[in-house]
Structure formats: structure tokens, C-alpha cells
Write a new protein. Structure first.
Length: 265
């Protein structure tokens, strides 16, 4: 039976994180091997590995944290810190829900273009390609998707924007072809503090069902800055976060690109 996510897909997912100088590569690889050796389904293994990647910035702020259980649920992980058993619940805050579907469609198109390039000549085209698109491009039309895939493929071959692609920027990668969106697209500004507070409230409702054997349970809210649906420039009305009430012992918001962290509780 075909795997839902291949090892190659995971390598591609890791590539952008390896480009980030903040990445604690050795512990990440060790944690991923532990997850691989578990009895989880392939889909769950992939999800857990992605969550560990999002926690990378967290590990820089808490270098003494030692993860003990990667395969549990409610909370997502169990770790040891300063002699305490800490449950860590991880959740991503989506800043732009309307972009989530668009991003999913884009990723599917990127993968099809990657396959075309790798079938032609992986050695010639290996690298990480950041694409900027013309404004007002519609990605939900199935007929146009095929044309967009070809335009992405041609843009990378010719190293210039063609069709829906406005600009191409290439970064080194020694093994694969990886296509993603340009991080510098200034599409978004603020992350409303109400979205963070609403997310905390939803997690509060589930708190009674979390593992009671832990000494403390922490909530880590992540903005995945590699996702156009999750990115933000600043948190609007940040002072409202001080009003939060929650049974979680600690609550943090962090972004995974520069590693900025905000202690909410």
C-alpha cells in the first residue's frame, strides 16, 4: 500500500527548516527517528514530525527541555524540565482562513511541477525555488491549475517569471527540487489578538481530558511563518492577551522563523 507521505516528502518539508540557522538539527533528527520507530500510522508520524519542527524555536528558549513521549495525545508531547513532568499541547493559529485552501492548492501544484523537473533532470534543477505570483491570480479553477503548473515548470527552467509567476528566486539545495511561495510577499499585516484568545478558549474546554499525571500542562501556540495562511507582521491589541484566563500553567505564542516568543501566561 502506498504511503500517504513518502520519506522524500518529509525531506522536502525539512528543507526550508534546514535553511533556517536556528534549527537544532541533531535533536530534531533524533526525535524524528524515535517517531519513525513508533507504532503510529504513517499519517500520524508525519503530523508528529511536523509538530516537532514547529517546536524548534521553543527548544531554543528552553534548551534544557527533554522530550520523553512523542506519540501521546492530549497533550501532544510530554517532556522533563527542571525535575518536572511537563505536558505540552501544540496548536497553530491560522491568521487567514481564506488562504488555507489556496495554500493547499498551491502546494499540490508545486509538487506536480517538482515531479516534472525531477523526471527531466534532478541534478540540473535541484534547489529551493521561491515563487512570487502576479496579484489577482485565481488558483481554484481546475482548468487553469494545469496551465499554472506548466507555467511554474517553465519559469524554473528559464529562471524567469512566465504566466502566473511574477518572479523566481533560487536557493541552494544539494539533493532535491523544492518549490515554495516567496516569503517576502507582503500580503498580511496584523494577527488579531482575538484569534489567539479564541484558540485558548477552545483548548481550555479540552483541558479536563488531558493527561493528569503531568506536573504542569503548557499550551504552545505557533504561527508557522513558512505558511502564507499563518504568517503575520504584528499582533494587534497585544495587551488584550494579558486578560487571558486559563487552567494551563503556562501559555506561549511563538513564531518559527526568527523564534520570537511571547509569554501570555
Amino acid at each position: 500500500m502506498k504511503k500517504t507521505f513518502s520519506d522524500e516528502d518529509l525531506i522536502k518539508n525539512l528543507s526550508l527548516y534546514y535553511m533556517n540557522g536556528h534549527l537544532k538539527k541533531k535533536p530534531i533528527e533524533k526525535y524524528h527517528r524515535t517517531i519513525d520507530e513508533s507504532q503510529l500510522h504513517d499519517r500520524e508520524k508525519y503530523r508528529k514530525k511536523s509538530e516537532i519542527l514547529l517546536l524548534n524555536s521553543f527548544m531554543h528558549h528552553f534548551p534544557d527541555v527533554k522530550f520523553e513521549n512523542f506519540t501521546c495525545e492530549s497533550p501532544d508531547f510530554i517532556a522533563k524540565l527542571n525535575g518536572k513532568k511537563i505536558g505540552i499541547e501544540l496548536t497553530e493559529v491560522i491568521n487567514h482562513l481564506e488562504m488555507k485552501k489556496v495554500e493547499s492548492t498551491l502546494n499540490k501544484m508545486f509538487r506536480q511541477a517538482e515531479i516534472l523537473l525531477e523526471q527531466e533532470d534532478t541534478t540540473k534543477y535541484r534547489g529551493v525555488y521561491f515563487l512570487e505570483f502576479h496579484p489577482n491570480i485565481k488558483f481554484d479553477n481546475l482548468e487553469e491549475q494545469e496551465e499554472n503548473i506548466i507555467n511554474i515548470y517553465k519559469s524554473i527552467k528559464k529562471n524567469k517569471g512566465i504566466g502566473c509567476v511574477k518572479r523566481v528566486r533560487k536557493s541552494f539545495h544539494r539533493r532535491n527540487v523544492f518549490i515554495t511561495h516567496e516569503y517576502n510577499m507582503n500580503l498580511f499585516d496584523e494577527l488579531c489578538s482575538e484569534k489567539i484568545l479564541d484558540l485558548i478558549e477552545k483548548k481550555n474546554e479540552k483541558f479536563p481530558y488531558y493527561d493528569t499525571s503531568v506536573d504542569e500542562c503548557w499550551l504552545v501556540i505557533v504561527s508557522d511563518m513558512n505558511s502564507i495562511a499563518s504568517r503575520y507582521t504584528f499582533i494587534q491589541d497585544k495587551e488584550h492577551l494579558k486578560e487571558v484566563k486559563s487552567p494551563f500553567h503556562k501559555i506561549f505564542h511563538l513564531e518559527n522563523l526568527c523564534g520570537n516568543i511571547t509569554s501570555i501566561k
